[in-house]
Design a protein around this ligand. Structure first.
Ligand code: SAM
Ligand code: DTB
Ligand code: SF4
Length: 330
């Protein structure tokens, strides 16, 4: 079940005003997942070419501006205070240091800088500082993204006023599986924040994680929620679970790479104008698997040697892969 409403209709064409489908059904999404792999990839690549330059991949760099000690109990996350991951918690970083890190990210080729905080939701005092970070990073000519947990309408409006381009808030999985992974908040809480962000005029970055022991039905459900939103998220990060010792999901069975590529391809077909980001988990992927993800329509990555608290491929490994594939970083 989703809480999606119908997209606004363009009366002349009797289609949603963005020309995209927001009425995907569960059966249609299941049928896409069931396609022979070559047919699925052909379809995804065809859709991709109609909307994007197939040889360009956008680079976003992450920074953890406030690490660890989080009151939420997300089963995948090393930053939760409920789990025993070996992680040094810190306080909110200084604005100047964040801007310095952003400057280096820009020099290395990133076009967007994403700042993440391990909060359930931000306090007003914290938001003052985050707004200063957004203004400083934007002044460098970078796009800005933050992920700070739940937001109300007033907090979303403040971030919009500071000039924030994107807010990341993942639904992570299907509504049905959500309670198996997180008990300190609900799927509905997540959707409410996404609505507040959308209504404030900030671009939405929303996706999820695969490899958490969910079923294909859950992956279908997650993509159904995203693709039937009144407006598709502009950015859709698809994370492969990074298994961290001390978290409840450590030791989960390794995820089938072909099923991962299928998930990317289906996301691409359902949300043709969204950036589909090949997100966490690239450190454990082969070059060939990443190449298949780009063929399936992924056109964004997290760039730089660190995600929030876990390693990501070195920039020179990514650049070497792009060169072999003839991909231009953007
Ligand atoms: N605390 C905020 C929140 O949860 O909304 C923002 C930061 S949180 C770390 C951002 C996202 O990172 C999560 O929603 C989840 O999708 C992803 N994430 C966290 N730990 C992960 C892991 N071990 N593997 C893959 N993705 C992960
Ligand atoms: C998203 O979807 N993935 C990023 C970002 N949005 C904030 C975070 C991945 C975190 C992976 C585990 C870690 O490094 O702590
Ligand atoms: Fe906290 Fe976000 Fe990690 Fe959940 S994913 S424990 S909310 S930092």
């Amino acid at each position: 079940m989703t809480t999606a409403q119908a997209a606004p209709l363009d009366q002349t064409a009797n289609r949603p005003s963005d020309g995209l489908r927001h009425d995907w059904t569960r059966a249609e999404i299941e049928a896409l997942f069931d396609l022979p792999f070559n047919d699925l990839l052909f379809e995804a690549q065809s859709v991709h070419r109609n909307h994007f330059d197939p040889n360009k991949v956008q680079l976003s760099q992450l920074l953890s501006i406030k690490t660890g000690g989080c009151p939420e109990d997300c089963g995948y996350c090393p930053q939760s205070a409920h789990h025993g991951a070996d992680l040094k918690a810190g306080k909110l970083m200084d604005v100047e240091q964040v801007i310095e890190d952003a400057r280096r990210a820009k020099e290395a080729g990133a076009s967007r800088f994403c700042m993440g905080a391990a909060w359930r939701s931000p306090k007003d005092r914290d938001l003052d500082k985050v707004c200063a970070m957004i203004e400083g990073v934007k002044a460098l000519g970078l796009e800005t993204c933050v992920t700070l947990g739940m937001l109300d309408e007033r907090q979303s409006a403040r971030l919009k006023q500071a000039g924030l381009d994107y807010y990341n808030h993942n639904i992570d999985t299907s509504e049905e599986f959500y309670g198996e992974i997180i008990t300190t908040r609900t799927y509905k809480d997540r959707l409410e924040t996404l609505e507040n962000v959308r209504n404030s005029g900030i671009n939405v970055c929303c996706g999820g994680i695969v490899g958490m022991g969910e079923s294909r039905t859950d992956r279908v459900g997650m993509l159904l929620t995203l693709a039937t939103m009144p407006k598709h998220p502009e950015s859709v990060p698809i994370n492969l679970l990074v298994q961290v010792e001390g978290t409840p999901l450590f030791g989960e069975e390794a995820f089938d790479p072909i099923e991962f590529v299928r998930t990317i391809a289906v996301a691409r077909i359902l949300m043709p104008q969204s950036y589909v980001r090949l997100s966490a988990g690239r450190e454990s992927m082969s070059d060939e698997m990443q190449a298949l993800c780009f063929l399936a329509g992924a056109n964004s990555i997290f760039y730089g040697e660190q995600l929030l608290t876990t390693p990501n491929p070195e920039a020179n490994r990514d650049m070497a892969l792009f060169q072999r594939l003839g991909i231009e970083p953007a």
